[in-house]
Design a protein around this ligand. Sequence first.
Ligand SMILES: [Zn+2]
Length: 471
Amino acid sequence: MTRALGFAFAALAGISLAAQRPALSDAVSAYVTVDAPVVALVNARVIDGTGAPPREGQTLVLRDGRIAAMGDASRVRPPAGATLVDLAGKTVMPGLVMLHEHLYYPVGPGVYGQLGQSFSRLYLAGGVTTMRTGGNMNGFMDLNLKRAIDEGRAAGPAMDATAPYVNGANTFMQMRSMAGPDEARRQVAYWADMGATSFKAYMQISKAELGAVIDEAHTRGLKVTAHLCSVTYAEAAALDIDNLEHGFFAATDFVPDKQSDVCPGQARAQQAMALVDESSPGFQALVRTLVEKRVALTSTLTVFETLTPGRPVPPGQDVLLPLLKEQFAQNHRRTSENTSSAYRTLFAKGMALERAFARAGGLLVVGTDPTAGGGVVPGFANQRALELLVEAGFTPLEAISIATRNGARYLGRDADIGTLATGKQADLVVIDGDPSRVIADVRRVDTVFRQGTGYDPAKLVASVAGRVGLW
Ligand SMILES: [Zn+2]
């Protein structure tokens, strides 16, 4: 089957699922502050996610989970009986569409705690209304939680749930080691049958296995992303991969004497990347290949920031279980004292290369990756990701588009979500401020609307505060 046909199937499935607006359980309703048949948001500043400048004095009418009307107050009148919400001084922007999220977190040496219950609430509180989990270490939790959210039994974003990682021989205790392309194909088929809607390949996969994964997934209209090492970005592009994770931090294309199908180690890949000049013919050729093959690139600066000396403690630490908070604080201290860390120069280089990819016409998307040594806290980190995109040289409006429209485009759901317009799903974030001027205002979330229902971020956060790490 051609790739284009596969994408069309995925897009249709997305729209039909989104059309169902479930009745919310009492447990979910506890976080809801706005729930009415017709809601009119008035006096709003609108950032629509397309990159267009903000518009002042806008009215949005929400009905049946959709934006029934949107425009200047002089043109769009709140219908009789609508619940009015005055947003003077506030901004409405699309809900975030974040593509490298996880429902697990590092809690001990090589151990990843399964924190889907608290994470899904934190993601929603942070303004994330749609997310893709980028690989899982649990098996069925991503799928079960996605269903619970779809059915109104749990609070959280719409989820593109990935299968467990597809990887070659590896030493992770919670990850399978596949042996060959036939096994890879069977693993994809099994998880697709179980309901997984995307796949994430990992560092030790072989070209033959990755090719089988991509072929089997595309046959089913599903997409594949990867955190690569054994396979280069150019090789994966030639195999028709859809997406690559971690900007260029995981590219082994520039490692001298890179051996086929062998991961030279993340450190060597990053040493090579530190020396890459964005104007060099080699880098430009790789970018051209990715753009021509329409391979999206996911920026995950939030996780690399935790590895970089001299950076601030990431936001949201207080919601963690005290032991986990202290564990990361120790890691952060150790990182700051590491005078020889490659990340001292690598972090800025990574930013520059991602910017070059986007400027060359590549589809840059974004996610947070709450893994590595901890400290990346869902929801809070999604907001931090926008700040880091601005630090990387994007304007605030560009950063917002990357985190909304671009993610929706990648998922094939941009007709429905990712930007604000009449007829689109009412997934939006109300910000107490103007993030088009001060990107840090994205931290000031007033209300998160998903399918037209308004959630209180403070209540969502309070429901897990101090216990993130247990469940
Ligand atoms: Zn990850």
